[in-house]
Write a protein that binds this ligand. Structure first.
Ligand SMILES: *Cc1c(COP(=O)(O)O)cnc(C)c1O
Length: 378
């Protein structure tokens, strides 16, 4: 029997366990140790971020963003419906009302042309999600936000090493949240990062991350004692997590080259399907591909179900994801009733194919043949 091709397989460079051991032996395994500093330096010095803070997840980074923006009950936040629950949940925890925005017809990113019609006097933030690591229309989003004095928080969970007009995703909005969950390109099991692009928020971000204390200033010698100065929680990861992450970051170029090659091979193989009305990832001129995720958009829910069954019978495990959040059990009754047809379309029709570092050419060939075989026979 052929080996099963999983949807995802976490990448290991081999240095992860060595660095974890180093961290353990260093005698300091709580937050902000040696490896956390190395990770921060990597992002700030090599990738051009102004200020980053590792967190225990992207969800946490989004929750920090919601605290930093001082959101009050009744404030409104515009979030795509086609996204992971953490994107709106972080703001709902502060009492915000979510105003869901639809995706575009060409890809699942938010349709920036709808923003103006959704803004009210209570709107405080817009949260673009760079789906599949493909940039949202940031100039349009930022221009609308600036006109109304609204903050932009990028959900860049999937967007490491991806760019909008040569600017790294996650450096454009006031704040941005990244994920290092095992299913992302660069991983630490669970893990995340907040990028702070507004210098006015940097000090407060450190305080919120350290349980509302000015502990970071204390360790830098800026104050002679530390205490409770603001809201906060425990958002900083153990240095053991950072040790794992640093091993991954050192291999960023190699991981990215491999993932992009796999993505490209899928794209080239499936390009002919576009003529039959099957959707392929669409990269606008302003966006780059970071090889995070390869998807197809089937023509109907029934077709997607049949395709997934067909591949499973061949021991290939594709997945679909994101159920429109405006129809979710938790939020349907709070939604304003607008139809969001593209979010529903991707909910029903989008399928993700296996994409991981060790998806060698022979394995990828099986996936490609499986999909093409399905479409030849219908
Ligand atoms: C993965 C993901 C998250 C959540 O990341 P965690 O690190 O698991 O909290 C949030 N938003 C998007 C778009 C994601 O893909």
């Amino acid at each position: 029997m052929l080996p099963t091709i999983p949807f995802n397989k976490p990448y290991f460079s081999g240095s992860e366990t060595r660095y974890i051991e180093e961290s353990v032996r260093s005698g300091k395994i709580s937050g902000d140790g040696l490896f956390t500093k190395l990770c921060h330096q990597f992002f700030e010095q090599q990738l051009g971020f102004q200020k980053v803070l590792l967190t225990t997840s992207c969800t946490d980074a989004l929750e920090m963003a919601a605290i930093l923006l001082d959101l009050q009950p009744g404030d409104e936040v515009i979030v795509p419906s086609y996204t992971f629950v953490s994107t709106p949940n972080a703001f709902v925890l502060r009492g915000a009302k979510i105003v869901f925005i639809d995706s575009t017809a060409v890809n699942p990113n938010m349709d920036a042309s709808l923003l103006e019609s959704l803004i009210t006097t209570r709107t405080r933030a817009i949260v673009p999600v760079h789906y599949a690591g493909i940039a949202c229309d940031m100039d349009a989003i930022q221009a609308t936000a600036d006109k109304h004095g609204i903050a932009v928080v990028e959900d860049a969970a999937q967007a490491i090493d991806s760019f909008y007009k040569n600017r790294a995703l996650g450096t454009i909005g006031k704040l941005a949240a990244f994920s290092f969950h095992e299913t992302k390109n660069i991983i630490s099991g669970e893990g995340g990062m907040l990028a702070i692009n507004d210098p006015g928020l940097m000090q407060r971000a450190e305080i919120i991350r350290e349980k509302g204390t000015n502990r970071s200033s204390f360790f830098r010698g800026e104050v002679d004692k530390y205490g409770w100065v603001d809201l906060g929680s425990s958002f900083l990861p153990s240095d053991i997590i950072a040790a794992f992450l640093f091993a991954q970051l050192e291999n960023l170029a190699d991981i990215q080259a491999r993932r992009k090659a796999i993505w490209r091979a899928y794209y080239d193989a499936f390009f002919p399907l576009a003529a039959q009305g099957i959707g392929l990832p669409m990269l606008p001129d302003y966006a780059t591909n970071n090889g995070h995720l390869f998807y197809l958009v089937c023509r109907s829910l029934a077709e997607r179900t049949a395709l997934i069954e067909h591949l499973k019978a061949l021991h290939i495990l594709p997945v679909f994801h994101y159920l429109s959040l405006h129809t979710s059990p938790f939020y349907a009754s709070k939604h304003d009733g607008r139809a969001l047809p593209w979010a529903d379309h991707y909910t029903d029709c989008l399928v993700r194919l296996p994409l991981y570092y060790e998806l060698h050419a022979d394995l990828q060939r099986r996936v490609i043949d499986g999909v093409l075989g399905f479409y030849h026979n219908i």
